[in-house]
Design a protein around this ligand. Sequence first.
Ligand SMILES: Cc1cc2nc3c(=O)[nH]c(=O)nc-3n(C[C@H](O)[C@H](O)[C@H](O)COP(=O)(O)O)c2cc1C
Length: 153
Amino acid sequence: MGGRTKKVAEKIASDLKSSEVVIERIKYTKKLRNFFLEEDKIMKGDLSNFKYNDLILDFEPYDLIVLGTPTYGSLPAVIFNGYIEKVKNIKGKRLILFSTCRLISIKTFRVLEAEIEKRGGKVVKKQVFKGFFKIGIRKVEKFSDELNQDFPK
Ligand SMILES: Cc1cc2nc3c(=O)[nH]c(=O)nc-3n(C[C@H](O)[C@H](O)[C@H](O)COP(=O)(O)O)c2cc1C
Protein backbone atom coordinates (compact mmCIF):
# COMPACT_ATOMS: atom_id res chain seq x y z
CA MET A 1 0.00 0.00 0.00
CA GLY A 2 2.87 2.39 0.69
CA GLY A 3 4.97 1.32 -2.31
CA ARG A 4 8.02 0.14 -0.34
CA THR A 5 7.60 -3.54 -1.23
CA LYS A 6 7.06 -2.61 -4.87
CA LYS A 7 10.28 -0.58 -4.90
CA VAL A 8 12.28 -3.46 -3.43
CA ALA A 9 10.74 -5.92 -5.90
CA GLU A 10 11.56 -3.66 -8.84
CA LYS A 11 15.12 -3.20 -7.66
CA ILE A 12 15.64 -6.96 -7.30
CA ALA A 13 14.09 -7.56 -10.74
CA SER A 14 16.36 -4.98 -12.36
CA ASP A 15 19.45 -6.40 -10.63
CA LEU A 16 18.87 -10.04 -11.58
CA LYS A 17 21.04 -11.28 -14.36
CA SER A 18 18.82 -14.22 -15.33
CA SER A 19 17.83 -14.16 -18.95
CA GLU A 20 14.14 -13.50 -18.36
CA VAL A 21 12.66 -11.83 -15.30
CA VAL A 22 9.00 -10.94 -15.02
CA ILE A 23 7.56 -8.87 -12.23
CA GLU A 24 3.87 -9.12 -11.43
CA ARG A 25 1.82 -7.34 -8.82
CA ILE A 26 -1.36 -8.26 -7.07
CA LYS A 27 -3.40 -5.25 -8.07
CA TYR A 28 -5.67 -3.12 -5.94
CA THR A 29 -8.31 -2.08 -8.43
CA LYS A 30 -10.06 0.72 -6.58
CA LYS A 31 -8.72 4.25 -6.33
CA LEU A 32 -7.58 4.75 -2.74
CA ARG A 33 -9.67 7.75 -1.63
CA ASN A 34 -9.17 7.50 2.07
CA PHE A 35 -6.09 5.43 2.75
CA PHE A 36 -6.89 4.80 6.41
CA LEU A 37 -10.52 3.83 5.86
CA GLU A 38 -9.61 1.51 3.00
CA GLU A 39 -6.71 0.10 4.93
CA ASP A 40 -8.93 -0.69 7.89
CA LYS A 41 -11.31 -2.64 5.62
CA ILE A 42 -8.43 -4.50 3.99
CA MET A 43 -6.89 -5.34 7.36
CA LYS A 44 -10.25 -6.83 8.35
CA GLY A 45 -10.03 -9.15 5.37
CA ASP A 46 -12.05 -7.34 2.70
CA LEU A 47 -10.29 -8.49 -0.47
CA SER A 48 -13.09 -7.49 -2.85
CA ASN A 49 -11.01 -4.83 -4.58
CA PHE A 50 -7.98 -6.97 -5.23
CA LYS A 51 -7.26 -8.64 -8.52
CA TYR A 52 -4.88 -11.54 -8.96
CA ASN A 53 -3.18 -11.36 -12.33
CA ASP A 54 -3.48 -14.71 -14.17
CA LEU A 55 0.31 -14.76 -14.54
CA ILE A 56 0.75 -15.27 -10.82
CA LEU A 57 -1.89 -17.95 -10.47
CA ASP A 58 0.13 -20.61 -12.28
CA PHE A 59 3.80 -21.17 -11.45
CA GLU A 60 4.33 -23.64 -14.28
CA PRO A 61 6.36 -21.27 -16.54
CA TYR A 62 8.78 -20.18 -13.78
CA ASP A 63 12.02 -21.75 -12.54
CA LEU A 64 12.32 -19.54 -9.51
CA ILE A 65 9.68 -17.39 -7.84
CA VAL A 66 10.48 -14.43 -5.60
CA LEU A 67 7.50 -13.56 -3.45
CA GLY A 68 7.49 -10.27 -1.56
CA THR A 69 5.07 -8.91 1.00
CA PRO A 70 4.85 -6.02 3.42
CA THR A 71 4.38 -6.83 7.11
CA TYR A 72 1.05 -5.79 8.53
CA GLY A 73 0.56 -6.66 12.19
CA SER A 74 3.48 -9.14 12.08
CA LEU A 75 1.80 -11.02 9.23
CA PRO A 76 1.92 -11.05 5.43
CA ALA A 77 -0.50 -8.68 3.68
CA VAL A 78 -4.03 -10.09 3.91
CA ILE A 79 -4.10 -10.56 0.16
CA PHE A 80 -1.85 -13.56 0.74
CA ASN A 81 -4.66 -15.27 2.70
CA GLY A 82 -5.61 -18.09 0.42
CA TYR A 83 -3.35 -16.96 -2.42
CA ILE A 84 -0.98 -19.92 -2.23
CA GLU A 85 -4.02 -22.24 -2.22
CA LYS A 86 -5.12 -20.70 -5.52
CA VAL A 87 -1.79 -21.11 -7.30
CA LYS A 88 -1.42 -24.03 -9.71
CA ASN A 89 1.77 -26.06 -10.25
CA ILE A 90 3.56 -25.03 -7.09
CA LYS A 91 4.80 -28.56 -6.40
CA GLY A 92 8.57 -28.84 -6.74
CA LYS A 93 9.02 -25.10 -7.40
CA ARG A 94 11.74 -23.10 -5.65
CA LEU A 95 10.56 -19.95 -3.92
CA ILE A 96 12.38 -17.05 -2.34
CA LEU A 97 10.51 -14.92 0.18
CA PHE A 98 11.14 -11.34 1.16
CA SER A 99 9.24 -9.02 3.41
CA THR A 100 9.48 -5.34 4.19
CA CYS A 101 8.77 -3.91 7.62
CA ARG A 102 9.53 -0.98 9.89
CA LEU A 103 10.62 -2.80 13.04
CA ILE A 104 10.05 -6.51 13.20
CA SER A 105 8.49 -9.19 11.02
CA ILE A 106 8.20 -12.31 13.12
CA LYS A 107 5.38 -14.46 11.84
CA THR A 108 5.37 -13.29 8.23
CA PHE A 109 7.56 -16.03 6.81
CA ARG A 110 6.27 -18.72 9.13
CA VAL A 111 2.73 -18.30 7.77
CA LEU A 112 3.71 -18.22 4.10
CA GLU A 113 6.29 -20.97 4.37
CA ALA A 114 3.86 -23.36 6.02
CA GLU A 115 1.33 -22.88 3.19
CA ILE A 116 3.96 -23.21 0.47
CA GLU A 117 5.46 -26.37 1.92
CA LYS A 118 2.04 -27.89 2.47
CA ARG A 119 1.53 -27.60 -1.28
CA GLY A 120 4.94 -29.08 -2.14
CA GLY A 121 6.84 -25.86 -2.89
CA LYS A 122 10.33 -25.35 -1.49
CA VAL A 123 11.42 -22.11 0.20
CA VAL A 124 15.13 -21.76 -0.57
CA LYS A 125 15.90 -18.28 0.78
CA LYS A 126 14.30 -15.62 2.98
CA GLN A 127 15.11 -11.98 3.60
CA VAL A 128 13.58 -9.21 5.69
CA PHE A 129 14.15 -5.61 4.55
CA LYS A 130 13.74 -3.48 7.60
CA GLY A 131 13.76 0.30 7.86
CA PHE A 132 11.76 2.72 9.96
CA PHE A 133 11.93 5.62 7.51
CA LYS A 134 13.38 3.98 4.45
CA ILE A 135 14.79 0.69 3.30
CA GLY A 136 18.50 0.85 2.50
CA ILE A 137 19.17 0.21 -1.18
CA ARG A 138 22.55 -1.38 -0.36
CA LYS A 139 20.90 -4.22 1.48
CA VAL A 140 18.67 -4.91 -1.52
CA GLU A 141 21.70 -4.87 -3.82
CA LYS A 142 23.51 -7.32 -1.57
CA PHE A 143 20.50 -9.62 -1.66
CA SER A 144 20.33 -9.41 -5.48
CA ASP A 145 24.06 -10.24 -5.66
CA GLU A 146 23.44 -13.32 -3.53
CA LEU A 147 20.58 -14.37 -5.81
CA ASN A 148 22.74 -13.94 -8.90
CA GLN A 149 25.40 -16.07 -7.26
CA ASP A 150 23.20 -18.76 -5.73
CA PHE A 151 20.79 -19.05 -8.65
CA PRO A 152 22.72 -18.43 -11.87
CA LYS A 153 20.88 -18.58 -15.21
C1 LIG B 1 -1.45 -1.39 9.22
C2 LIG B 1 0.04 -1.55 9.28
C3 LIG B 1 0.58 -2.52 10.10
C4 LIG B 1 1.97 -2.68 10.16
N1 LIG B 1 2.52 -3.64 10.99
C5 LIG B 1 3.86 -3.73 11.10
C6 LIG B 1 4.45 -4.73 11.97
O1 LIG B 1 3.78 -5.53 12.61
N2 LIG B 1 5.81 -4.74 12.07
C7 LIG B 1 6.60 -3.86 11.37
O2 LIG B 1 7.81 -3.92 11.53
N3 LIG B 1 6.08 -2.97 10.50
C8 LIG B 1 4.73 -2.88 10.35
N4 LIG B 1 4.19 -1.97 9.48
C9 LIG B 1 5.08 -1.22 8.59
C10 LIG B 1 5.14 -1.88 7.20
O3 LIG B 1 5.41 -3.27 7.30
C11 LIG B 1 6.26 -1.29 6.33
O4 LIG B 1 6.13 0.09 6.26
C12 LIG B 1 6.23 -1.92 4.95
O5 LIG B 1 7.50 -1.70 4.34
C13 LIG B 1 5.09 -1.37 4.09
O6 LIG B 1 5.17 -1.88 2.79
P1 LIG B 1 4.36 -1.22 1.57
O7 LIG B 1 4.91 0.17 1.42
O8 LIG B 1 4.69 -2.08 0.40
O9 LIG B 1 2.91 -1.25 1.95
C14 LIG B 1 2.83 -1.82 9.41
C15 LIG B 1 2.24 -0.85 8.56
C16 LIG B 1 0.86 -0.70 8.50
C17 LIG B 1 0.29 0.35 7.59
